[in-house]
Every structure is written in C-alpha cells, then in structure tokens.
Design a protein around this ligand. Structure first.
Ligand code: DGL
Length: 272
C-alpha cells in the first residue's frame, strides 16, 4: 500500500491536490513538483516525456501505486506513451492518470453555443489534445485554443498580480475570445491558471463560464477508485500529505501555501 502520487512541473498541481483532498480526505498523498525544471510548457515533446517518466518512476519507487499527472502539458505529451509503452516494463500493476480526459468528457454539456475556448501552455495547445479529446465526446463542439506562454513563469515567480502580469493575461484572454464572440465556456487547461481565475473572471463577459479542473479531476478520481476496488485497496488511508520538490525546499514552502491554503514542509530531491 502507498500514497497517491500527484505530479506537476511546479506549483500548479497543488490546485488539483487541494480539490482532491477535499473530496478524498482519508487518503495519503505524495506531491512532487519539478520546480527546478519548470516550466514544461515550452519544452519539446521528448524532454517533457523524459522528465515526466523520471518523476513517475520516483513516485513509484517511493511506494505510490497510482500517480496523477496534475499537469496538462505532461498529460498531453507523456501520458499516453507511459500508459501504453512504459508501465508494462516498469510497473505493470501500477497506474498513471492525467487531467485532460476528465475535463474534455464533460465540457460539451456546459456550452450552450457549442463553442469552447482553451487557455493552455504552448505544449498543450500544439499537442491538439483538447480538440482531439473533445471531438470524441462532443463532436458538435467547436474548440478554440490560445497558448499563454507567459502565464506559468508569471505565476511561478509571483509576478502575475503586477500591471505587466495582468496585461499579458488580458492580451491572451482577449485573443481567445476575439476568435469567436459566441465562445461561452473557457477551460483553464493548465493547473497553474486557477491562481488567476478571479482576474480572468473580472475581464470576460458575464455569460462566459470559466472551468477549472480541480473539482472535475477529484470527482473522476473518486469514481475511478470506486470502479477499481483492487487499486483502492492499494492506496493507504491515514489522511497524510507529503511534498517533494526539485528546487529549494524553503522556497517551495514559502510559495506553496498560496496554492494549498496551509503551511507546507517539503523535502528537496533530485530527479534524473
Ligand atoms: N501546470 C502545468 C500544466 O498544467 C504547467 C506547465 C508548465 O510547466 O509550463 O500545463
């Protein structure tokens, strides 16, 4: 038995962990942020895959039976290869899940105009994962995407709430909505973005619904554990949470509280 592993390039996955813990408080969790190598969003397919596989191996070696890639970029660029090629070799009984599928399953039901917008990293946008997945579940839905390359660096460095930070964010939101005035649902397709949800809400028309992934992923994980009792039994349940970071633990602890709403004591580790 072991904790559920939650992985992100940096702090973003903490927004997902926070919602998962609200829904599944009895489970143990082990969070890993690869802060030293964030952001992943502008990195190549091969590098994101290599880094993500290292992180998954690390979490498996530390006892996790189930790992959630709480990062859209890693889910877009590495999840399928890890599920289809690597698991069989490294840990055939363990499982890795991502965050894109749960959001794309429900998104068609939310839009009245059948036009949805995706805000995400360059990597997630160019992978076309959102348009491809949404087409499977809601073939009539038109999907518009906007890459926001500055957002993760602004959020990771706490500069998002400056005049320049707000300017970058507004420019990308305006570009997305400018593609079609009928877009009525925006997906925050990067786990860092819930940190700026209030600002985004303040600059879009009132009829535009903004969807962040935390609740959706938490609900789908609960459902997954119900449907897979053999995996549920292998997830330990003492209500604990531990944090690992590839950057300085002190810096992680100082920043993480804003995402998770409580004091954090992380441990520094090396990957690769
Ligand atoms: N939180 C990651 C995501 O959801 C951020 C990616 C990055 O590091 O650029 O895509």
């Amino acid at each position: 038995m072991g904790p559920i592993g939650v992985f992100d390039s940096g702090y973003g996955g903490l927004t997902i962990l926070s919602d998962i813990r609200k829904r599944l408080p009895e489970y143990d969790f082990l969070y890993l942020g690869d802060n030293a190598r964030a952001p992943y969003g502008t990195r190549s397919f091969d590098i994101v895959y290599e880094f993500t596989l290292e992180a998954v191996n690390e979490l498996f070696n530390r006892g996790c039976e189930l790992v959630i890639l709480a990062c859209n970029t890693a889910s877009a660029k590495a999840l399928r290869t890890i599920q289809q090629n690597d698991l069989i070799k490294i840990a055939p009984d363990k499982r890795v899940l991502g965050v894109i599928r749960p959001s794309t399953e429900i998104i068609g039901d939310l839009s009245k105009t059948n036009k949805v917008g995706i805000l995400a990293t360059q990597g997630t946008v160019s992978s076309l994962s959102y348009p491809i997945e949404i087409a499977k579940f809601s073939p009539g839905t038109k999907v518009y995407q906007q890459a926001c390359p500055m957002w993760v660096p602004l959020i990771e460095t706490n500069k998002y709430d400056s005049e320049a930070g707000r300017e970058f964010i507004k420019e990308d939101v305006d570009k997305l909505l400018g593609q079609d005035p009928d877009i009525d649902v925006l997906i925050l397709g990067c786990t860092h973005y819930p940190i700026v949800i209030d600002y985004i809400r303040s600059i879009v028309p009132k009829n535009v619904e903004i969807v962040s992934q935390g609740n959706i992923v938490a609900e789908r994980l609960e459902d997954y554990l119900k449907r897979h009792p053999e995996m549920n039994e292998r997830c330990s349940k003492k209500g604990s949470v531990r944090y690992l970071t590839t950057e300085s633990a002190e810096e992680f602890d100082g920043n993480a509280a804003a995402y998770i709403g409580e004091a954090v004591h992380s441990t520094h580790i090396k990957l690769g």
